[in-house]
Design a protein around this ligand. Structure first.
Ligand code: PLP
Length: 426
């Protein structure tokens, strides 16, 4: 489903050999494919067409302005979780009337900013937050549209750090409390209940958690309507899985087949908040091997990309395919159980950061590598750059957008001066 492929032993992003980008822009570097971004957005839109969804791309997955601009042009709305993300959306000319705002800790300043910008709705995560929105909206003589983000206590069967819809998680409002809030809502004249929302976690590779969640949430819709609220939207959040290894996830058609009938029956409009599905496999990260270090039966490929550039392996033990950019060995041979290991070795692919948790892959059977070799780390478009940091005072990587046979730098590599720009010591 993506446009990164090997042609005669060389990796291409659309029609650009990625070595060319590495030579021009340097490494580490994130590369995105414009056609893949559009394709993924439209795959989801088409699969769910019967429900005519408002797709609000989840900005946290990759908040780069060039990505936001492209998705805005495709007709996407945006799911945001901070004033900073709203600022980015407004910067690229995104329509605030297609913005939904989640997050457990919205400050009064952020709430004011969002009301003044005219967002579609807040996804409210607690009674206290609802009261804060009421107060801020009142002070602005406005009415704020809200959805209640519900915590349906459903296990999405994903990593514990990215599970958000179980009762022990900080997210959302439990169903009982939500019922009470709905009954008392008429006492808050500056908020208007227009939706019910869930987001269960990420990535969710099966449809079942979505169905379980909707089955628990939809009865509340009846209570809300009975209490006189005009609930128009059901927001099922994001979390749709992608192929990191291959073949591990449901397809958009699978998700739609289970979810759309429930939404149609509810009579509501559908909102979705996909992040990873759109951008995950639309991006790779390039890195060069600085040194190869042998230690007993282990080989370390020490790269110029590190956990500060892509933290998912360190944080979640996530798997990213890694393969040399120029090679006579097909990527599909990357199975560790392969019988013929001639020309291969067992590698830990690591970065230069001073942490043992700084790795991109461990114990991976890869083509033998040498210093100076260029590697591609696949599926790095989501939660790569947006979770990057300057740890170890490492400037952030460059970002490149490929379109057909051309490409452009959409974020310059940071300089040492960028590292200290906001600081002073006198
Ligand atoms: C509220 C909310 N919506 C949507 C998403 C996007 O998830 P994904 O990128 O897996 O689609 C997240 C991710 O954490 C989220 O917290």
């Amino acid at each position: 489903m993506d446009l990164f492929e090997y042609r005669n032993g060389r990796l291409y992003a659309e029609d650009v050999p990625v070595e060319r980008i590495a030579d021009d822009v340097g490494t580490p570097c994130h590369i995105y494919s414009e056609a893949t971004l559009k394709r993924h957005f439209n795959l989801l839109k088409e699969a769910f067409a019967e429900a005519d969804p408002l797709i609000c791309y989840s900005v946290k997955a990759n908040s780069s302005l060039a990505v936001l601009k492209l998705l805005d042009e495709e007709g996407s709305g945006f799911d945001i979780v901070s004033g900073g993300e709203l600022f980015r959306v407004l910067k690229i000319g995104g329509d605030p009337a297609r913005v939904v705002y989640a997050g457990v800790g919205k400050t009064r300043r952020e709430i004011e900013y969002a009301i003044e910008a005219g967002i579609l709705m807040f996804n409210v995560e607690s009674k206290s937050e609802l009261e804060a929105i009421e107060a801020v909206a009142g002070s602005l003589a406005a009415t704020a549209a809200v959805a209640l983000r519900l915590n349906p206590d459903v296990d999405p069967k994903t990593h514990r750090h990215t599970t958000t819809g179980k009762k022990e998680n900080k997210f959302g409002i439990d169903l009982e409390t939500a019922g009470a809030i709905i009954s008392d809502l008429h006492a808050l004249p500056h908020v208007k209940l227009t939706g019910l929302d869930t987001h269960l976690g990420s990535p969710i590779n099966t449809v079942d958690p979505y169905v379980q969640a909707l089955t628990k949430v939809l009865p509340l819709l009846e209570s809300a309507r009975a209490a006189g609220h005009q609930v128009e939207y059901i927001n099922i959040g994001g979390g749709y899985g992608i192929e990191y290894r291959g073949g591990e996830t449901a397809t958009p058609a699978d998700y739609a087949a289970a979810i759309v009938p429930l939404i149609k029956k509810s009579g509501c409009k559908l909102i979705m908040e996909p992040g990873r599905f759109i951008v995950g496999n639309a991006g790779i990260m390039l890195s060069r091997v600085t040194y190869v270090k042998e230690s007993g039966d282990r080989s370390f490929a020490i790269c110029d990309a590190a956990m500060n550039d892509l933290i998912r392996p360190a944080l979640y033990d996530s798997y990213h395919k890694i393969w040399p950019v120029t090679t006579d060995k097909a990527l599909s041979e990357s199975v560790d159980a392969r019988a013929d290991r001639n020309g291969y070795a067992n590698f830990d692919v690591v970065g230069p950061v001073c942490e043992s948790g700084d790795f991109l892959a461990k114990g991976r059977t890869l083509p033998r590598m040498a210093e100076g070799d260029l590697l591609s780390i696949f599926s790095a478009g989501a939660y790569g750059m947006s979770m990057s940091s300057n740890y170890n005072s490492r400037p952030r990587a460059a970002e490149v957008m490929v379109s057909g046979a051309g490409y452009r730098i959409v974020r310059q590599r940071e300089t040492y001066d960028d590292l200290i720009r906001a600081e002073r010591f006198d």
